[in-house]
Design a binder for this molecule. Structure first.
Ligand SMILES: [Zn+2]
Length: 131
């Protein structure tokens, strides 16, 4: 049940956990590199050589779940692959019917403002810059 006090973009942004803000429309699923599967990449056998793959975002713990073709082959086009997302309990969903849109840029702006002291301090470490 969605909180009835969530009405505007500002309401949603104020309530979202920073992990959700960081992952808004772009999770950090680890790439497949090297000679072992990354942490959070789990595979379970199903029927006829089909495998069920679960990838877990290390930032927010959202999972994407999908099946391979027999033999582990995969449809690499995410537009045609059937993906299921499983969000953490604390995730705040923004219902489209309310006409509120929270973009990645909105989320990044909130994170940036929250981190501005750290960002400025990092810039100061570099000293002054000639214009
Ligand atoms: Zn995430």
């Amino acid at each position: 049940m969605q909180d009835p006090n969530l009405r505007t973009k500002r309401d949603y942004l104020a309530r979202m956990d920073e992990r959700q803000l960081a992952c808004r429309f772009r999770h950090s699923f680890p790439p497949l590199l090297g000679d072992k599967l990354p942490k959070g990449f789990d595979v379970a056998p199903m029927r006829a050589g089909v495998m069920l793959v679960t990838e877990t975002c290390p930032v927010c713990t959202t999972q994407i779940i999908y099946e391979t073709a027999p033999g582990g082959h995969l449809d690499y086009d995410v537009r045609t692959r059937t993906l299921r997302y499983v969000y953490p309990e604390w995730w705040i969903h923004v219902p489209r019917k309310d006409g509120v849109t929270v973009t990645m840029a909105d989320a990044r702006a909130v994170l940036w403002e929250g981190q501005i002291k750290l960002i400025k301090a990092a810039a100061r470490k570099h000293g002054s810059v000639a214009a």
